[in-house]
Design a protein around this ligand. Structure first.
Ligand SMILES: [Zn+2]
Length: 317
């Protein structure tokens, strides 16, 4: 059974051909997010290429899965809204089905990463899993009883917008004190900005002030590696907030595994101790003592692998 899994990301579109539990072929294209037409052209190109390559190997593609960062009306395969793409009530399932004449299934990218980690990644075998993707923002997904939890309108599992500090920093979503406003790449950037504006002097703030537009969370990690105390403190503090967020998730869902992925894991060694400490202090003992908090093993392939799994199950997961 050959299927295609696609992950439509903010800057890259990744696609893979999957057959018999292995990846036969994969491609990555830049995403043209300037218009729905640009996005559609990219999706058509990557799908056509993979279908052609499948035919070259004597394989017939039987279904197609697609992950997108955004709110997905799962039963209808419509992108209701997407933060990184100009897509509103966009019937992507029907467009791809019409073009390629195979069943198409569309889901949120965080849901699909969670699914992939629970079936083939760090959480393999877990029926109850919570997944957090920590990059510029924070995404996630929840697996309950082996199935993706999507909520009433496909808007569930916005784990980055779990509020953990009342009246905390303003988040991109408009609320205050969301996990994303305290732990993401953007949150870490803002912490450095605040230090710099307060006049605190260190190589960290010097580099920030020299070129704020080029500065990123990775740079904080580099300064932490150089032994810079403010950099280490910022990451440790983010780790502590992360532990509180994970404790809330564990208290609600009692998962077997929590998996973490995303670019911020590059700084994880400066976050992990405080994360485990605040988690230990905040989680309910019965859930806390049985959950494993692991780094995901699928990296940025999780989304497209999850999309392939969704296609294999014909949307039944
Ligand atoms: Zn938020």
């Amino acid at each position: 059974l050959a299927v295609i899994g696609i992950d439509l990301g903010a800057t890259k579109t990744a696609g893979l051909l999957f057959e018999g539990e292995r990846i036969e072929q994969k491609h990555r294209l830049p995403t043209d997010a300037s218009s729905p037409q640009g996005i559609e052209a990219g999706l058509m190109e990557i799908c056509s290429r993979l279908i052609e390559e499948a035919a070259g190997k004597g394989l017939e593609v039987e279904a197609l899965g697609l992950g997108i960062a955004g709110f997905i009306d799962f039963p209808r395969g419509v992108v209701t809204d997407a933060p990184n793409h100009p897509l509103h009530n966009y019937p992507v399932r029907d467009i791809l089905q019409e073009r390629f004449q195979v069943p198409v299934f569309v889901d949120n990218d965080g849901n699909l990463s969670a699914l992939a980690e629970s079936r083939m990644g760090a959480g393999k075998g877990a029926n109850h899993l919570v997944h957090l993707t920590m990059g510029t923002g924070i995404g996630g997904g929840i697996i309950l009883d082996g199935r993706v939890y999507r909520g009433a309108l496909g808007a569930a599992a916005e784990l980055g917008h779990m509020i953990i500090m009342e009246n905390g920093p303003l988040c991109n979503c408009g609320a205050r004190g969301c996990l994303e406003s305290l732990v993401s790449g953007v949150a870490i950037y803002r912490r450095v900005e605040r230090l710099a504006m307060a006049g605190e002097k260190s190589p960290l703030t010097d580099e920030f002030l020299a070129d704020p537009a080029c500065f990123a969370a990775d740079d904080v990690c580099r300064h932490a590696n150089d032994g810079n105390k403010p950099a280490r403190d910022i990451l440790a503090e983010a780790g502590s907030h992360l532990g509180v967020g994970i404790a809330s998730l564990v208290n609600i869902f009692n998962p077997e595994v929590v998996t973490l992925s995303g670019g911020l894991l590059g700084c994880f060694k400066y976050m992990e101790n405080t994360m485990r400490q605040s988690f230990g202090e905040s989680a309910i003992p019965i859930s806390r003592d049985h959950v494993r908090i692991l780094t995901g093993t699928l990296g940025n392939e999780g989304g497209s692998l999850g999309a392939a799994l969704l296609a294999i199950s014909r949307g039944n997961c």
